[in-house]
Design a protein around this ligand. Structure first.
Ligand code: CTP
Length: 428
């Protein structure tokens, strides 16, 4: 049958197209119940189910009969590899909702139509999804999707407020073009953003729950003139991975980042900076109540003594070819002084990017900058350092070597670093 062939082709294409995720520790074997209700945004729920599955979650999908008209249950089954539940009551139908609701780590309803939101607000239970929502003992999250001003209607607003009051987590909706061609607030949040919200919901019981963590990432830049600057090759990957790992551990994260080339993790408070001085000011302010500081940024150590107001011309003899440089502020040394007076941040971790005698230089930096930990990496080693997805780190404390880590992904490195800092914090 041509339709079935077409569907198979679509599912295969979709599976390969979205094969871009690596397993995520937080999501591994987590049971996510994905409730899908009847909206054109159902096709985005397929992408979300695929992303969650690739990240290691066990995704059980419940489709309402309206949702099944937009996307076939077979499509969900193909991306999750697990049974899909619909409204067809079978022999065990009378207890299925209890089983699903009790074993899940999160019930995520995406897309959530105005109608389902209204039913949830009233506690109506007329299909498998709404009965399961009543039986659920896990956190519930809804991603509203609706068209033509329906979200702003007082009835919907009252229902959303009721759900929020009851502790339901609302993700979106967002502004944009809707199926009717109208623009406004009502689009379902994009799957990649929803994915970040799922992580936040699952992280709430993590080892850094209730902690404030400050992370710096990326390079800083020092301007020579309005178009040129001095900087370094950092892309921010390791710092962003540390911010994400701290979020996954349940922390409130302030991310102070120079110009980075990757998306900012969902849930981090992002402070964008350019120069070393701007980063220093932001860090000193953010750490006043911080439990931990991860100083991952590759900070520019020098800046031009003078900054030209206009673009420097090749023919401008006054400038010649020499550029006078002066040292920038050492941010960790400033933090050390502040910490000696206030006790904050409680725990500090720095990085040492070295090209020779990495251990020896690392140990000196740890002592000079008054750190609890230093993550030493030889940036010239294969697969380590700037612009790659992997890193090879040796973690030192004032007592000596803590762990010499193998070459691994920056995500795995970040999780190890967060583990040690959390252990130090929680042992006090
Ligand atoms: N760092 C800082 N302020 C600076 C420079 C670096 O706080 N002006 C921090 C980095 O974020 C890192 C640690 O200090 O956590 C070590 O950085 P690194 O570049 O390895 O060492 P430097 O202190 O700059 O010393 P050197 O360049 O001489 O190796």
């Amino acid at each position: 049958m041509p339709e079935l062939e077409l569907l198979r082709f679509y599912v295969l294409w979709f599976t390969f197209y979205t094969m871009d995720m690596e397993p995520i520790t937080l999501l591994k074997n987590k049971r996510i119940l994905l409730g899908v209700t009847g909206s054109i945004a159902c096709y985005k729920a397929v992408d979300l189910a695929s992303k969650l599955t690739q990240a290691g979650a066990l995704v059980d999908v419940i489709v309402t009969s309206a949702a099944a008209k937009f996307v076939s249950p077979l499509t969900f089954r193909s991306v999750t590899g697990r049974p899909v539940f619909d409204d067809m009551w079978r022999l065990d139908g009378h207890v299925r909702h209890v089983g699903l609701g009790e074993t899940a780590d999160l019930l995520l309803i995406a897309p959530a139509t105005a109608h389902t939101i209204a039913k949830l607000a009233l506690g109506l239970a007329d299909n498998l999804l709404t009965t399961t929502a009543l039986a659920a003992r896990c956190p519930v999250m809804a991603a509203p999707a609706m068209d033509g001003g329906m979200y702003q209607h007082p009835a919907t607003q009252a229902n959303v407020a009721t759900l929020r009051q009851r502790g339901v987590l609302l993700a979106g909706p967002v502004e944009g073009r809707m199926a009717s061609g109208l623009s406004g607030l009502g689009r379902m949040m994009e799957p990649s953003d929803l994915f970040g919200h799922v992580r936040l919901a699952l992280a709430r019981t993590g080892v850094l729950n209730g902690r404030h963590v400050v992370v710096t990432a990326g390079p800083t830049r020092e301007a020579l003139d309005p178009v040129r600057f001095i900087s370094n090759r950092s892309t921010g990957r390791q710092g962003l991975a540390v911010a994400q790992a701290a979020l996954d551990a349940g922390a409130r994260v302030t991310l102070i980042a120079g110009p980075v080339h990757q998306p900012i993790p969902i849930g981090a408070e992002h402070i964008a900076v350019t120069t070393t001085q701007e980063m220093a000011d932001a860090v000193c302010e953010a750490v006043v109540d911080a439990d931990a500081l991860f100083m991952v940024a590759a900070v520019a150590d020098f800046r031009p003594e003078t900054r030209a107001d206009q673009k420097i011309k090749k023919t401008d003899q006054a400038w010649g070819l020499a550029i006078g440089l002066e040292k920038t502020l050492d941010i960790l040394s400033a933090v050390k002084e502040q910490r000696e007076k206030t006790g904050f941040p409680r725990v500090t971790l720095g990085f040492a990017a070295e090209t020779q005698d990495a251990f020896e230089y690392g140990r000196h930096k740890l002592l000079r900058k008054g750190l609890n930990y230093i993550a030493v990496n030889d940036v010239t080693a294969a697969g380590a350092g700037f612009g790659v997805d992997t890193n090879r780190i040796a973690l030192l404390s004032s007592a000596g070597l803590v762990e010499e880590m193998p070459l691994q992904s920056k995500t795995a490195v970040a999780e190890r670093l967060v583990h040690y800092v959390a252990k130090t914090l929680n042992s006090r």
